[in-house]
Write a protein that binds this ligand. Structure first.
Ligand code: ZN
Ligand code: ZN
Length: 141
């Protein structure tokens, strides 16, 4: 599993957090995850626990934070190091991860040309996903 590559020890709580993020149909906020994990653990976890947990998962590339939604998803391409690009549906709230090394290279090159040292970059695209578009199309005749 990806955890092996990332070198992260998977505790039951970490396992539970990852599977909840996988199961969710859209990104989860820290508080949504907190509620789900408290239920699974059978005790009330504190926000610091969940934030620490999410930090760890993000550091290892297992989860990613969606800045514009202030929510988290499980990364779909954990097998190699990469920057995630997210397509965010404003209808259903779903997040789809895509990978585009061309865009990544372009950003790095542009930053380099500008003499800018890139430490972090976020690419999040808002719009309407294919299933939602289909639903809208068949609604409006
Ligand atoms: Zn990713
Ligand atoms: Zn959608």
């Amino acid at each position: 599993m990806a955890c092996r590559q990332s070198g992260l020890q998977m505790t039951p709580l970490r396992e539970a957090a990852v599977s909840e993020l996988w199961r969710a149909e859209r990104p989860l906020t820290a508080y949504e995850l907190l509620a789900r994990l408290s239920e699974i653990a059978g005790r009330n976890l504190g926000p610091p626990t969940v934030y620490r947990l999410l930090d760890t998962l993000c550091q290892h590339g297992i989860a990613r934070r969606i800045e514009s939604l202030n929510a988290y998803v499980a990364c779909h391409r954990r097998e190699h190091d990469h920057e995630c690009i997210f397509l965010l549906c404003q209808e259903c709230g779903g997040a789809t991860e895509i990978e585009d090394n061309g865009l990544e290279r372009l950003l790095r090159k542009q930053a380099e040309t500008a003499g800018f040292e890139m430490t972090r970059r976020v690419v999040e695209v808002s719009g309407v996903c294919a299933p939602c578009r289909t639903a809208v199309d068949s609604d409006g005749a």
